[in-house]
Design a protein around this ligand. Structure first.
Ligand code: C2O
Ligand code: CU
Length: 456
């Protein structure tokens, strides 16, 4: 028996690419382009892209396959690609100054790694990220399950928040302004999905959709809800939930986080379903799903969890606990913090554009925050003493969030720590190398919230 999905896949493959869709190796060209980002009627926007469009090339492999891409840098700045959420070989992690040199304008770099886990990942620039990601340097990296769930459509929706000049539609070139750096980060004035304002994705009545939501914004945290769609959260940050979670009300999506949904269209034919960003003063639609009469679909029943990735056992009861205190920012200004061995006053730091610190360091310190033996389990407690939320991201690993009652929550690679909150994670340090640990509000990372850990 063919499932609906296998049938669609097979027929597409036959029609489009008899030689096989999965070209093993292709260039990933970082290049300038022009795109209609603002609503129709506004001018186009000069952007930076991977392959001529924002989001960049849709990179898609099956679980366990290799990703081979030659980054060709045609931008006027050095750059590098980080493969966010992939439990990757360290040398391929794309962090200039830690795992590789930045790729100069005109130069290239061969990325070649295995994608061990199925799920929704993404890639983005990790050089001058607060500028380069804001200019559009990001794209989806989808790793397909060996047996994907039975859905009618599999849609990747990348959310981004742009700060455009309303007259010219050009990106406002104020990436390092001190107000953004010291407050919530660079918040924009236009939210897009897949590089377009309020795009349409036609669907049929009662269809079942997989929605892969990725937050590529510099700093915006979304509270999302669904209208005319009902279903489950099936994965967070790429990793399947053991039990799908029914979507009720809103769910958060912090910068760099992903959520996979499986939803059924409940809106009627000629109606419109939508993905909604809920704001204090109401909210707005992010993407529309115009509904037409579906083929024969009748509403389906429960879904199964996605097949689990092979993750380590987490025994964290007597794992050493490391506190990472998040300090500074507006309203909690730093008194002092270190850059290297030098202690600077809050005023001196502000003059350098440094407003935040992690455990007293306003820059990635020389010594790792955590020096772990390969295979050891550690607990990290993020203690947010600032007046802002932060999305803390570890490279090269997923971790379990430790819930209030001490039980293990979902696997994640980025955890949102609200103002005044402390959150614990349990990490099995099983991937050797030097790995970043930082806030994914990109302006915060650039202005002090940057650390690292070593696994050896
Ligand atoms: Cu997606 Cu170091 O980041
Ligand atoms: Cu932050």
């Amino acid at each position: 028996m063919f499932s609906r999905r296998q049938f669609l896949q097979t027929s597409t493959a036959v029609l489009l690419a008899p030689m096989g869709v999965r070209a093993a190796s292709t260039d990933l060209v970082a290049q300038e382009a022009v795109q209609q980002i603002a609503p129709e009627g506004y001018p186009t926007t000069p952007v930076w892209t991977y392959g001529g469009n924002v989001p960049g090339l849709d990179i898609r492999v099956r679980q366990g396959e290799r990703v081979q891409r030659k980054l060709v840098n045609k931008l006027p700045q050095p750059t590098a690609v980080h493969w966010h959420g992939i439990r990757i070989a360290n040398a391929m992690d794309g962090v200039p100054g830690l795992t590789q040199d930045a790729v100069e304008a005109g130069a290239s770099f061969n990325y070649d790694f295995v994608a061990p886990d199925a799920g929704t990942y993404w890639y983005h620039s990790h050089n001058r990220s607060m500028e380069q990601v804001a200019r559009g340097l990001y794209g989806p990296l989808i790793v397909e399950e060996a047996s994907p769930p039975d859905v009618d459509r599999d849609l990747t929706l990348m959310l981004d928040d742009w700060r455009l000049d309303p007259d010219t539609a050009h990106i406002v070139n104020d990436f390092d302004n001190g107000h953004d750096l010291s407050h919530a980060g660079r918040l924009g004035n236009l939210v897009t999905v897949n590089g377009r304002f309020d795009p349409d994705y036609p669907v049929g009545t009662a269809e079942r959709l997989r929605l892969r939501l990725i937050n590529a914004s510099n700093a915006r945290i979304y509270d999302l809800s669904l209208d005319g769609l009902t279903g489950w959260i099936v994965a967070l940050d790429g990793m399947p939930l053991a039990q799908p979670l029914p979507v009720e009300g809103t769910f958060p999506l912090a910068p760099a986080q992903r959520v996979d949904l499986i939803v059924d269209v409940t809106a009627k034919a000629q109606g419109i379903a939508s993905l909604v960003s809920v704001e204090r003063d109401g909210g707005f639609g992010l993407a529309r799903f115009p509904v037409s009469e579906g083929a024969a679909a009748t509403p389906r029943q429960e879904i199964d969890p996605l097949p689990p990735n092979s993750m380590p056992e987490v025994q964290y009861d007597d794992a050493p606990l490391h506190r990472m205190v998040m300090q500074g920012g507006a309203m909690r200004w730093l008194d002092a913090a270190k850059i290297g061995d030098t202690e600077l006053s809050g005023r001196e730091l502000a003059q350098l554009g440094r407003f935040w610190a992690l455990n007293g360091y306003a820059e990635r310190p020389k010594e790792p925050f955590l020096d772990a033996r390969l295979g050891q389990t550690h607990r990290i407690e993020f203690v947010n003493e600032t007046a802002f939320p932060h999305a803390m991201h570890l490279h090269g690993h997923h971790f379990r969030v430790v819930l209030q009652d001490g039980t293990l929550g979902p696997w994640r690679d980025t955890v949102l720590v609200e103002r005044g909150q402390a959150r614990q994670i349990a990490l099995v340090a099983d991937n050797p190398g030097d790995w970043l640990l930082h806030c994914h509000m990109l302006g915060h990372a650039a202005s002090g919230m940057m650390s690292w850990f070593r696994v050896s």
